[in-house]
Design a protein around this ligand. Sequence first.
Ligand SMILES: [Zn+2]
Length: 420
Amino acid sequence: MSIKAYRFQLRTRPGVERLLRRFTGSCRWAWNAAIAEQRRRREAGEKFSPYAAMCRWLTEWRHAPETAWLAQAPIHPLQQTLRRLEAAYQRFFAGRGGYPKFKRRGQEPGLRFPDPKQFALDQGNARVKLPKLGWLRMRQSQAVVGELRNATVTAERGKWFVSLQVEQPDVLPSAELMPTLGIDLGVALFAALSDGRTVEPLDALKQQQRRLKHAQRAVSRKVKGSRNRRKAVDRLGRLHARIAAQRNDWLHKLTTELADQHPAIAIEELKVAAMSASAAGTADAPGQRVRQKAGLNRAILDQGWAEFRRQLEYKCAARGGAVVAVNPAYTSQTCSRCGCVDAGNRTAQAIFACLACGHAENADVNAAHNILAAGRAVWAARPTACGAEVSRASPARGRRAAAVKQEPTEATPAAAAEAR
Ligand SMILES: [Zn+2]
């Protein structure tokens, strides 16, 4: 079994927000009061009071007339706050953290509901029911799959979010499963598929990028510590969040559709981190055309190849399939029909034209065919007879070093042989 978390923004009304602020404030109060009590007892020569003892203090506070308002907040998040405090103390005792600190306003711990019996999820109406809060609507961007474990409500920049943890069974891919789709990732096209389809990059992000630059400049122009700067920082933060949400939404739609149609998918092994970090070059070899590369790298990050891959992996796995990564070398210069490899096969950027057999096709779709063929070869050669050990195939052996897409200058053996 594996744990997965979904996070959705709550569509709160002012009345509910007041309650949420009050409840998170109660948790902060409990955290601070428990630290004060621990200190008082330590100074009196007593030893540390563990979680169970702190829960008894909580009961006393909830019954004491002067702190009876604590009883209005749901009990479990208060207890969970004390559990987290105990963990903080244990880290301190083990020398792995400082003495627990008082929390100021704005540092409220989230409301954690540890027992799925205490809350309910209504996916049809995109809402969640929480103790003492009732039904709360949320911006549910995707279906929640799995068995609910716990829920946590947190605030971020004045907005409220619920995080739902679920447990999902680890589905093992069946032995007879073969990849049925190859995907070539690119910049001009986000992806080309071996079934002939192409996926344009999300243009909205480019526009947002301009707004982002504008907002960043606004922050740097404002006086440090000023009210206007705080406002500008908030604006920038909201913009970042919106871009991330748009991209995620787009990626989720795409990966769900692909995984539904093809539970086993072959994809290029691309080291996204290496590609985005290498543009500046080193002292010995300063980066060539750093500006263009930086633009390319930002485009890569924008389009979220790594996130695309991550989503595809778990969605395929949840459907009993897998993502097979293959070495991308030569995939763009090999003819997917006859296997001829020649740099001359690709004279124009967008068109593949085989010099041997005359096969002509969108260059990226041709590459996707090769990736699918290589993926099938990798999958067939995987080191297991029954498929029980493989949940995620690894790329062809010894080829990890060549992960950054490279174009060879001479004719070389066909991609299928490379990927063996
Ligand atoms: Zn050919």
